[in-house]
Write a protein that binds this ligand. Structure first.
Ligand code: NAG
Length: 512
């Protein structure tokens, strides 16, 4: 009897252990998959499935206010897509944030909660890190142009595709799916990031989406209408000096852009020149010209005159704030485009302005070029948008200058080459150095050094000395008069009194 019961107990224990193991295994696995949800379950539907499947956007209400409500509810739900953050070392306390919340932070200065689906279609091509992705923006009437670009480039493309949230959206997405599935080069090379909302022309937000989901180290910010006439990837990666410059992250490479003077000449890319000599010939024949040549500020700094005879890559020396060339640059550690620019005017220039101020120099490739493929421009009057953005851009430039100058002062890089682009373009902000946090002693020392330099220059040539002296005096008067258009009288007064009490303020610094 005793023996029998002992035997029974050990069998019972064995079962209990097996059940325990099974239960813990189940929980561990379950837990593992729930915390690794975002990383381990990329949506890998193939294109044909996608075309037939219910489009994802239908899962959500098309109404923006309702979307926001849904979003708030969703954020609380544990079973939506999550991004996980590790606890402190050794701790299993993993923190989860919904991807919707993350997206709302990523695009927090855009118009609203944007319905962004990254990799709605994902390219099958295996991307190399050392490659250049064309990051581009596409709207409904440009799907075919994108398809053509994919066939011509045969390299990675990251396309932010905006679909207006209206009655036509289902038809639009069907059309996109059809074009995507009918061109093998689209399937192979193009990542489509779908943005569905009611806000048209949020160009910089779209640009950021295209850049963010780029899967290579470098990208080219390109308008989809351009035809790539040469193989600039071969130029760049076939030249160790240029590759190194790109890799260091402080160079943006400009590919000069051209357009035909007669719209009919620019319709068929197969007739475009493929060599620089062909470009020069057509420019001499007055058929081809630099892009938007009537508005020199946009591309003038590329210096086309110089380009025609250049044999080596050369730097842009006359940067100005309206400059908006097509550039190739590094994805990591370069500024994003400010998303407050919505609609036409200044949006791309604002992007390039901040990139420049951040210490990235522009260099022009001597033998590569792109040509605009002409199309009918829709006849919209965008005057209001352009005026809006011009005002915004004026304030933005002051803001960027102050933000970066403060950064350079704090980092201790103000007197290094990192700050030299900023110093070239930010000079007209009143009390600039004071606002950036440069000490009074340092400012006085700088002034003495500048004066000494002027004196030396003056000894060399009395003529330039007089000129410079005059300019310097003018500058001083300006500084005293605080002439900035972007400051109100009230702000000017505040600024004056601030500087008067500066010494006192500096000693109180830590009490703020
Ligand atoms: C363009 O380059 C030429 C030749 O190097 C130079 O003389 C000229 O000053 C440059 N112009 C601008 C606007 O940079």
């Amino acid at each position: 009897m005793r023996l029998e019961s002992k035997f029974k107990v050990s069998r019972l224990a064995k079962y209990a252990i097996i059940v325990y193991i099974m239960i813990s295994l189940f929980y561990t696995t379950n837990h593992y998959f729930s915390i690794h949800h975002v990383q381990t379950s990329p949506r890998q539907q193939d294109t044909s499935q996608r075309v037939n499947a219910l489009p994802r956007y239908q899962e959500q209400s098309p109404n923006v206010d309702r979307m926001k409500q849904n979003y708030n509810q969703q954020a609380e739900k544990a079973n939506t897509d999550q991004v996980t953050w590790p606890g402190s070392k050794g701790s299993a306390d993993i923190h989860e944030l919904s991807t919707d919340l993350i997206k709302s932070k990523i695009f927090s200065s855009s118009m609203g909660l944007d319905n962004v689906t990254p990799y709605y279609f994902k390219a099958s091509h295996k991307m190399k890190d050392q490659d250049i992705t064309l990051a581009t923006l596409v709207t409904r009437n440009r799907f075919r142009v994108l398809s053509r670009l994919a066939s011509n480039y045969k390299g990675p493309i990251s396309a932010a595709i905006h679909v207006l949230d209206d009655d036509e959206k289902t038809a639009t997405i069907k059309e996109l799916a059809k074009i995507y599935s009918s061109n093998p080069n689209m399937q192979k090379y193009v990542d489509v990031h779908l943005i569905i909302d009611k806000f048209d022309r949020q160009f910089n937000m779209w640009r950021n989406a295209a850049k963010l989901f780029t899967r290579t180290d470098y990208l080219m910010m390109l308008d989809v209408d351009f035809h790539l006439c040469t193989d600039f990837r071969a130029t760049i990666f076939g030249n160790s000096k240029i590759t190194k410059m790109l890799k260091a992250g402080k160079t943006a490479i400009v590919v000069p852009a051209f357009e035909y003077l007669e719209q009919k000449d620019g319709k068929d890319w197969r007739t475009f020149p493929t060599k620089k000599s062909g470009v020069i010939e057509q420019v001499n024949d007055l058929k081809l010209d630099s892009f938007h040549n009537s508005w020199v500020s946009g591309h003038g700094a590329t210096n086309y005159t110089k380009w025609y005879s250049a044999e080596e890559i050369y730097p842009v020396t006359e940067y100005e704030f309206s400059y908006e060339p097509y550039i190739i640059y590094k994805k990591e550690d370069t500024p994003w485009c400010d998303e407050r620019f919505i609609g036409y005017g200044a949006n791309k220039a604002a992007c390039l302005y901040e990139i420049f101020i951040s210490g990235v120099d522009y260099w022009v490739l001597p033998n590569d070029f792109v040509i605009h493929q002409s199309h009918k421009y829709a006849n919209h009057d965008r005057t209001r948008e352009r005026t809006h953005n011009r005002i915004l851009y004026e304030n933005f430039r002051t803001e960027v200058c102050l933000r970066y100058s403060r950064k350079y002062v704090t980092e201790g890089t103000w007197y290094t080459s990192a700050a030299s682009n900023m110093k070239k373009v930010c000079t007209d902000i009143p009390k600039w150095k004071y606002l950036s946090g440069i000490s009074k002693e340092q400012r006085e020392a700088d002034k003495l050094a500048e004066d000494a330099a002027l004196l030396v220059a003056g000894q060399e040539s009395t003529l330039t000395y007089n000129q410079q002296e005059e300019e310097e005096e003018e500058k001083e008067e300006e500084t005293i008069a605080l002439p900035s258009s972007s400051l109100t009288e009230q702000q000017k007064l505040e600024l004056e009194s601030l500087e008067e009490s500066e010494d006192q303020e500096e000693s109180e610094e830590f009490e703020e």
